[in-house]
Every structure is written in C-alpha cells, then in structure tokens.
Design a binder for this molecule. Structure first.
Ligand code: AHM
Ligand code: MG
Length: 330
C-alpha cells in the first residue's frame, strides 16, 4: 500500500460526496440534506464523541455499571448507554433515518417519517473491555427502508441487502472501516483536526494466514467438527489471537488475515453474537474485502432474520481459512 501524501488527504465527508450516493439537493434551506452520506456522517460524528468519552473513561468516572440489565441479561456499562444515546441523537436529526435499532434497546425507535434508510447498531461492542483499556467499537448496518408503513420490518431483511456497513474502532488510534457495497475503505481519525481521513482505499483481506481467533476455553462446549478443525490447526502450526472484542478481532483479521470464530456451543446452540448488529455488517465488510463469512452451514448474508435480536454462529475471515474450517463441517 502506498501511503497517501499529505497534499492528498481525503476527508470522510469529501469521500462520501465524491460517490454521489443518493442525496437529493436540499429542498428545505437549513435542513439536513438527507441521503446515505448524511447517515454515515452522523455515525462518524457519534464515533468522535464516543471516542472522546472512552479516552476520558477513568477521568470522567463513566466506568462501572448503571445497574440496568439489558434484555440479554447482561449488565449495561454506562458507556453502552451513553454510546447508544449519542448515536440515536446524531441520527435523529438526519431526515433520512426512518428507524434506529440498537443491541441495547428492546424495540427499535421510529425517527423520520418517510426516511429512506434504517440503521442497526451495536453501540459499543466489547464494552466490558473498556475498564481494562482494550479496544472496543461501534458497529453499524444500513438498510433501505422498503416498508415505509412499518419501517421496523425493513430491519429484518437479509444481510445481502445492506446498502452500507462498517465500524468505528476505538483503539490506539480511532479507525472507521466502511463499505458502501463497492469495496472497503479505511479511515483514521486525525486527532489534531478532528477529521476522519482516508488511509486505505479498496482494502483486501489476505487470502490466507495461519491464525485462528476463538475463545478456546469453551472446548468442552464445542461440537466434534470444530474440535476436529482445531486439532488440524494445532498440527499445522497455527497461532491463536483473541482480544474478546469482536470488532477488534475482526479488524485485525481484515488487515492481517486469519479466521475469527464464535461458534454454536452445547450451552448456546445459536452462539452469542447478534445477526443484525454484529454478524451482518462485519460479514459484509469481510466479503467486500474478498473474504468469506458463514455460520458453518450457510452464508451469513443469506440468512432471513426472524427477529431483531437473533444470534447466529459465525466463522469469518480470509477465504482459504474459512474454507479450512468449513471442510471440517462438511
Ligand atoms: P457485547 O456486545 O456484549 O460486548 O458482547 C459481544 C462480545 C464480542 O465483542 C466478543 O467477540 C465476545 O463478546 C466475547 O465473548 P466471550 O467472552 O464469550 O469470548
Ligand atoms: Mg457486541
């Protein structure tokens, strides 16, 4: 990759404008111009705000639990709640967002009447890692609102219908990985100027890399197929890497290659990760970068969602590495 020259830096907004997505010219002076670019711009703005809060985590005493338990039975961290709220407020003022769904909310929130898009987010993936200063992120998925009378139904389209997907990763730098369905682009937040700038266009995942990323401590819960794959990987010199924030594990996998797995288990036959908020958007990114994403039996992006908070097993990453896993499932 050739690094961009300083004269050549492209901001996220300029990049989105250059794609001439679908925003109509503003017909009401003073109102948000609408369109997909404005939706992504709102998520980027929320990402900057969340990044700032995470940087100040201890200082602002935002760590620790609010005391609420979300519908998955997990304790919400304060930063989960804050991230969800800031995303909602940033998206609420964009005229084209019909409905907002979040891993942290039982029900979607209806926003602009007639909005052309729906947005589903995991506001702060891996949030239990915040209090040990490990990378976390915001994952998002954008669909066309195909059911204007009942926009919540539009959220339940299969992942192959996403018009945009991505994440903001709050790591040692703040990165934004985006796909609009024509490849994957990587932006990094320039802390001096508060702008996301394009650092890699058309990012491709390595074809193969002998690295697997799984919580192997669940071995006793794994099925025979997965144990067989792991045995094969042990015999073939694989390395293990597992951060415990899916968004960070997938970011490393996109850049360096390998395979990420959160499988079906005896105690959790659907796995843990959510189709709409985590697996669909990350699967779209990985496929758009030339990788693969499956449950073990089918392509993630082909699953017809039954419900908002559905979980699915996931295997994603370099195409040769996903194939190596799936060979043991056949
Ligand atoms: P979260 O959305 O509540 O943060 O949970 C999802 C996270 C993923 O980021 C990560 O891959 C996984 O949980 C780790 O789970 P485990 O501790 O079971 O390995
Ligand atoms: Mg998550």
């Amino acid at each position: 990759m050739t690094p961009p020259s300083l004269e050549n830096l492209t901001t996220l907004r300029a990049h989105l404008d250059a794609q001439k997505l679908d925003g109509p010219p503003p017909d009401e002076p003073g109102r948000d111009p609408g369109g997909l670019a404005a939706v992504i711009d709102a998520i980027a703005l929320a990402g900057k705000w969340i990044a700032h809060k995470i940087r100040a985590a201890r200082i602002e005493d935002v760590l620790g639990e609010v005391g609420d338990v979300n519908l998955h039975g997990e304790h919400q961290q304060k930063l989960d709640v804050l991230s969800d709220r800031v995303l909602l407020e940033c998206l609420r003022v964009r005229r084209d967002v019909a409905v907002y769904a979040s891993e942290e909310r039982d029900e979607p929130v209806r926003l602009s009447e007639g909005g052309r898009y729906t947005v589903a987010v995991d506001p702060l993936d891996g949030s239990s890692n915040v209090d040990v200063a490990v990378s976390v992120g915001t994952i998002f998925s954008v669909m066309r609102n195909v059911a204007p009378d009942e926009p919540s139904r539009s959220l339940l389209q299969r992942g192959s219908r996403q018009v945009a997907a991505g994440y903001v990763l709050y790591g040692s730098s703040v990165c934004m990985m985006i796909t609009l369905g024509n490849g994957v682009d990587l932006f990094v937040l320039d802390p001096d100027h508060g702008e996301f700038v394009l650092v890699q266009k058309g990012l491709r995942i390595p074809e193969s890399k002998a690295v697997y990323s799984i919580n192997e401590a669940y071995w006793n819960e794994f099925g025979d197929e997965l144990r067989s794959y792991l045995g094969w990987a042990h015999d073939n010199g694989y390395a293990g890497r597992y951060i415990g924030s899916m968004v960070a594990d997938v970011h490393r996998t996109l850049l360096k290659g390998g395979v990420f797995l959160y499988p079906a288990m005896r105690k959790a036959p659907e796995g843990k990760l959510r189709l709409l908020y985590e697996c669909n958007p990350l699967a779209m990114l990985v496929e758009q970068a030339g990788g693969s994403a499956a449950t073990g039996h089918e392509r993630i992006l082909e699953i017809e969602p039954r419900e908002l908070h559905q979980r699915v097993p996931v295997v994603l990453g370099s195409p040769a590495e996903v194939d190596a896993v799936l060979r043991h499932f056949r």
